[in-house]
Write a protein that binds this ligand. Structure first.
Ligand code: TPP
Ligand code: MG
Length: 333
């Protein structure tokens, strides 16, 4: 199911896809728990949930090798979990506990784990794109075949850095894949108010980058598109941009009730819930039985609840920790 040593396995196995179902559910349950913890005052600051967009995290990370790079955004809980971050490390970071992936000093918008190629999660929109181009260029120089995957939202495509990163990647033929998660809103503003084009893939084309529009609700479609783009990048055929059409089921952040949506819009998108779509397809194909689906749901929910409890029992960092991680050690390079 992955791209390794130049081989591309396009057809994922039944075992792989059952694994995707577990992962997509884990992200959905994780985000529901985060909202609960936030309302209970256990998550400080803010938090940005990704319900509705989980197929993108799961499908895209499934197409990567273990040593590839990823830069993600503040809406990145799902990406970190899909990349293999243990839920207690993600919960711990959100709750400011030492068990957190950044020892509890980063918070919700900073889920980073170098051991998994998660080289940064960025609150400044568009910032991760240029970092991914840099990582891709480092791989190109070393000739180690690594690829960088950079995620951003639709709003980020109006930021100067977006165009700078795309242009540099195109000019230098960087092995990077840009994934634009077009969920139709930047904070509380609909896309058409801020952006003159409807299909953001056009912006890749304008920068000389191979670009595609992908159904972001369909994990199989996401996997296939990213697998192809990654194979191009690894084969020295340059960068790609994939515009994933998607939707967030919750508000932008915290307690945003998302009253700015048009009537019936959420309901229309809920009909294409990525979790339901995958479950229905796996059942129709006979890959997942009713009993198996039930067993997975119960097990994954328990794993998420247990992880939240484990994180909550972890102590907060001491003041020394604030100074301890300011500079990178040589081992991180
Ligand atoms: C450079 C910069 N400008 C403004 C902001 C404030 N801001 C935070 S999220 C956001 C909207 C981004 O929308 P989008 O890129 O579509 O991502 P989404 O939240 O929908 O995932 C804005 C403007 C910021 N974080 N960084
Ligand atoms: Mg958006």
């Amino acid at each position: 199911m992955s791209v390794k040593e130049g081989r591309v396995h396009v057809t994922p196995s039944a075992v792989d896809r059952r694994g995707w179902f577990e992962r997509i559910l884990a992200i959905r349950f994780f985000e529901e728990k985060v909202q609960e913890l936030f309302m209970d005052g256990l998550v400080e600051g803010t938090t940005h949930l990704c319900q509705g967009q989980e197929a993108i995290s799961v499908g895209s990370t499934a197409a990567l090798s273990d040593d590839d790079y990823m830069t993600i955004t503040y809406r990145g809980h799902g990406h970190a979990l899909a990349r293999g971050m243990p839920p207690e490390a993600a919960f711990g970071e959100l709750m400011g506990r030492t068990i957190g992936c950044c020892h509890g000093v980063g918070g919700s918008m900073h889920l980073t784990d170098f051991s998994r190629g998660l080289i940064g999660s960025f609150a400044i929109i568009g910032a991760g794109l240029s970092v991914a181009v840099g990582a891709a260029l480092s791989a190109q120089r070393r000739g180690d075949g690594r690829v960088a995957l950079a995620y951003c939202g639709d709003g980020a495509t109006n930021i100067g850095t977006f165009h700078e990163a795309l242009n540099m990647a195109a000019v230098w033929h960087a092995p990077v894949v840009f994934i634009v998660e077009n969920n139709l809103y930047a904070e509380y503003t609909p896309l058409q108010v801020t952006t003159a084009v409807t299909d953001l893939a056009q912006r890749g084309v304008a920068n000389g980058i191979r670009s595609r529009i992908v159904d972001g609700q369909d994990v199989d479609a996401v996997y296939e598109a990213v697998l192809e783009a990654v194979a191009h990048a690894r084969g020295d055929e340059g960068p790609s941009l994939l515009e994933m059409k998607t939707y967030r089921f919750r508000g932008h952040s915290r307690t945003d009730p998302a009253k700015y949506r048009s009537a019936g819009e959420l309901e229309k998108w809920l009909e294409r819930d990525p979790v339901t779509l995958l479950e229905r397809r796996l059942r129709d194909e006979g890959v997942l039985s009713d009993d198996e689906a039930h067993e997975i749901r119960v097990r994954v929910q328990k794993e998420i609840d247990d992880a939240a409890a484990t994180a909550a029992a972890s102590p907060p960092p001491t003041l020394d920790a604030a100074r301890a991680f300011v500079y990178a050690s040589r081992e991180l390079r």
